[in-house]
Design a protein around this ligand. Structure first.
Ligand code: FES
Length: 153
């Protein structure tokens, strides 16, 4: 995600709104804090950080709640917008319906199945979902593509 964000920011004029919703279990689990500060200071980026309930510190100024809840609360516009969701499978699973509720088309929702990969170059056969090799055919897929696969991802 960080590389995607860097690229979007490098090509910032090519995009309209850029919203980054970043969740972690606790404040201590947030990574790249200096970079987050830079993004927070930018006027052309909306950065929302959140931690799970109970994961906040006394000086925490971000959101408290799970990512799907915060996505619903922030409600980024789905018009001409893509959503890229990366993280623990359970978070991804519960974020998809929220994005659908916000009007995002399956073709405009991207995620990665990278966590299924082992060798990463098509030899071990451990990343297959049906006939698809995640390492060779992905690992990034749209939700529309995932819905064409057997329900084993
Ligand atoms: S990760 Fe080994 S075949 Fe895909």
């Amino acid at each position: 995600m960080r590389c995607v964000i860097w690229n979007a920011l490098d090509l910032r004029d090519n995009f309209k709104d850029v919203t980054i919703i970043y969740g972690a279990r606790t404040v201590k689990d947030l990574v790249y804090k200096e970079e987050l500060k830079d993004w927070e200071l930018r006027k052309d980026v909306k950065l929302i950080t959140t931690v799970d309930p109970g994961g906040e510190s006394p000086d925490w100024r971000g959101e408290i709640g799970f990512v799907p809840t915060i996505v619903e609360k922030i409600a980024p516009s789905s018009k001409d917008t893509v959503a890229i969701v990366c993280g623990p499978p359970v978070m991804i699973k519960y974020t998809f319906p929220v994005l659908a509720k916000l009007g995002f088309a399956d073709e405009n929702i991207y995620t990665t199945l990278e966590n299924r990969m082992k060798c990463g170059f098509g030899k071990c056969g451990r990343c297959n979902v049906g006939k698809v090799y995640v390492c060779k055919d992905g690992p990034v897929f749209t939700l529309a593509q995932l819905k064409e696969l057997p329900d084993e991802y």
